[in-house]
Ligand binder design. Sequence first.
Ligand code: S3P
Length: 167
Amino acid sequence: MNRGPLIVLVGPMGSGKSTVGELLAERLGVPYRDTDADIVTATGREISDLFIDEGEPHFRELERRAVAAAVAEHTGVLSLGGGAVLDGGTRELLAGLPVAYLSMDVEEAVRRVGLGAARPLLAVNPRRQWRELMEARRHLYTEVARVVVATDERTPEEVAQAVLDAL
Ligand code: S3P
C-alpha cells in the first residue's frame, strides 16, 4: 500500500527545499523527488522557458498535476515548487500529510535568490512586487504545514535536523 510521502517540503524560492530535501532523503535512506524536476522531465523544457513561452497559468496546471502524481506515487522526501500552494486543490491534497514549511525572512530571500537570476518569477516581477508576493504566500504555506522550520541563520544540515525533530 502507498503510504504517501514521508516528508513534503514547501516554502519560498531559495528557502533550501532542494538542498534540505536531498539531505533528508540521504539521512533517511529514501528517494528524493522534486516536482519542478518532474515537470522538466515530463515536458523536456526548462521551467523558465515554460513560464515565458506558455505563461504562468499553463505552468500552474502542469504543476498541479505533477504534485498530485508525486503525492500519489512517492514514498520518500518530496519538495514542491514555491508556488504549488497557490492551488486550492493542492492545499487540500496536502492536508494531513507530514508537510514542513521552510520559512525565510523576505529580505533574506531577496538576498539569497538575488534578482535577475534564472527564476522566471523574479524576471517578471520587479523587486517590490516580488516581496509582496512572498508576503502574500506566507499564510498559504502556514495553512498546509504540520511544522514550520525557520531557515534564517541555519545551515542546510541544521534545517534538516530541525525538520526531523519537529515532524
Ligand atoms: C516558483 C518557484 C520555483 C518554480 C517556478 C515558480 C514560484 O520553484 O516552480 O519558478 O512560483 O515560487 P522553487 O521554489 O523550487 O525555486
